[in-house]
Design a protein around this ligand. Sequence first.
Ligand code: 5AD
Ligand code: FES
Length: 360
Amino acid sequence: MNDGLVKKLALTGDLSDGELAELIENGALDGELRLAADERRREIYGDEVFVRGLIEFTNFCKNDCYYCGIRRSNREASRYRLTADEILGCCREGYGLGFRTFVLQGGEDPFFTDEALCPIVACIKNEFPDCAVTLSVGERPYESYKKLRDAGADRYLLRHETADPVHYGKLHPASLSSENRKKCLFDLKSLGYQVGSGFMVGSPYQTTENIVADLRFLQKLDPDMIGIGPFLSHSETPFADFENGTAALTIKLISILRLMFPRALIPATTALGTVDLRGREKGLMAGANVVMPNLSPVRVRKLYELYDNKICTGEESAQCVDCLRARVGSVGYRIVTARGDVKKQTEEARRASSGGHQVN
Ligand code: 5AD
Ligand code: FES
């Protein structure tokens, strides 16, 4: 085992493919890696943790991803969609609780055409001009992303799921392609969205080489946000009998991401909190700096079930925020109620650090 790997990654922000694979597969450097990632995170973001209020506004989906509990073929799922008034109501409640970012997440629901969704975005921006609106509604044509951006959307989350087209094909039906997903991400960037991408950890058939390819794709995309979480099986999907991804590998990858993308906004995800009851706290200690409490109405929480045993489905929004604040505090960080835009490096600083840490 090459013990200089963590130092090299911390110093240069990169490693060769072989070195990354070694770091991913070998547990011996996990402690050192976590400490280096926490140090880098504190240099840039201090002890601040940003909150995003998550509104899961529709669980209708026209897609049939093999891993996902709200896939079209799951006839057991009871479907819901929130009205514009209900979505605004969630934002009002969230605003009162201190949120300055709202994430509207949903399946690819044909009901939410541009004509339906743009006015909702515009209403939120109109009522809360000091807030960021993040959309997470899957693949859409360039023109649609443009209309939503013009309506006021600031950010977009679209995980690439896996960068390798062959692996992508094992997780998705033939109607979806890795190529289109990547095109969507570059479209979003070109329209000026702050873009978030990411992948599942431990998804069926995933190899270490796939993960290295994910890291390389992220370097090409250079996103502002990077979300990863363990794959968790859902009983009503074709992947019901696959093993879950682990907290340990997810946490290690959060640290690697922090060192490769020092400025990225990296959430400690609900999936990580589901696979390990202290997973989110451990994620924060390993370099994550965002949490996303659920603002959806309690009556629909259980229905937005991408995987089995999802946490935070019984709590009122205020309880979820209090719970998270305590959790974040318990590991030495602090929730801040700012919009929490990515800290872009200035041109000056970029020049000053050339040859040092990779900028992001
Ligand atoms: N386990 C873990 N994560 C999942 N997602 C979807 N289904 C699952 C699952 N079974 C993730 C995908 C998607 C995000 C919203 O949730 O990465 O992009
Ligand atoms: Fe949602 Fe604890 S974070 S209940």
